[in-house]
Design a binder for this molecule. Structure first.
Ligand code: ADP
Length: 204
């Protein structure tokens, strides 16, 4: 079955962590973050983000899973979009998915290493995906760990770009979104997110 917003507990920071805080608390962001371990295609929310490739015509990993679950009409709509540049985002309907929309974004390929270009592109993926959601009145959005699979971005670096980009977008646009869900497919990614979330969304 599918997983609705009511089944997704809100993330709250655990007290007593020793890391220095990078961002001050913004109380308007309390209750807006969830971490979901599992298959993003099961989420019955407004929008799920797809870690697509530039063609938008489907691929492996989460992209393949989303296209399989959505059915052939998704590919048909994607084919009308003329691809997508790295760091950009394009929105489609969700078709057979429980989610209303799919936001397709293209992460940087990091096989040659991670520099400023890759970091900026990854942040743009998160920022532009959130902007696409807000522009379409999608108030709940789930992200996979963009670029950290086939595209080779080290997950322990990607988590910081993901969290910083979401934090900075929500600081400005908190009224546009109710919930941002980090969909962690691998147990190691769940650990990374739970470890690092308090740096970006501190309790006090
Ligand atoms: P990229 O090409 O951007 O690296 P991948 O799909 O290869 O994208 O991997 C991105 C992340 O998505 C990886 O952490 C991978 O484990 C995860 N993933 C794969 N399938 C799913 C799924 N069904 N739901 C959520 N995340 C998934």
């Amino acid at each position: 079955g599918s997983v609705s917003l009511d089944d997704l507990p809100v993330w709250t920071p655990t007290a007593g962590r020793s890391e220095p805080i990078r961002y001050q608390r913004n109380e308007k962001l309390d209750l807006k973050i969830s971490v979901f371990s599992g298959d993003i295609t099961k989420l019955e929310i407004d929008a799920i983000v797809n870690a697509a490739n530039k063609t938008l015509l489907g691929g492996g990993g989460v992209d393949g899973a989303i296209h399989r679950a959505a059915g052939p009409l998704l590919k048909k709509e994607c084919a009308s979009l003329h691809g997508c540049e790295t760091g950009e985002a394009k929105i489609t309907c969700g078709y057979g998915l429980p989610a209303k929309y799919v936001i397709h974004t293209v992460g940087p390929i990091a096989q040659g290493g991670v520099g400023e270009t890759e970091r900026n592109a990854l942040r743009s993926c998160y920022r532009n995906s959130l902007q696409a959601a807000a522009d379409n009145a999608a108030r709940s959005v789930a992200f996979p760990c963009i670029s950290t699979g086939i595209y080779g971005y080290p997950p322990e670096q990607a988590v910081h770009e993901a969290l910083a980009a979401v934090r900075e977008f929500l600081d400005v646009h908190h009224d546009k979104l109710d919930r941002v869900i980090f969909c962690v497919f691998l147990p190691t990614d769940k650990e990374l997110y739970l470890q690092n979330l308090p740096l970006y969304f501190p309790a006090a």
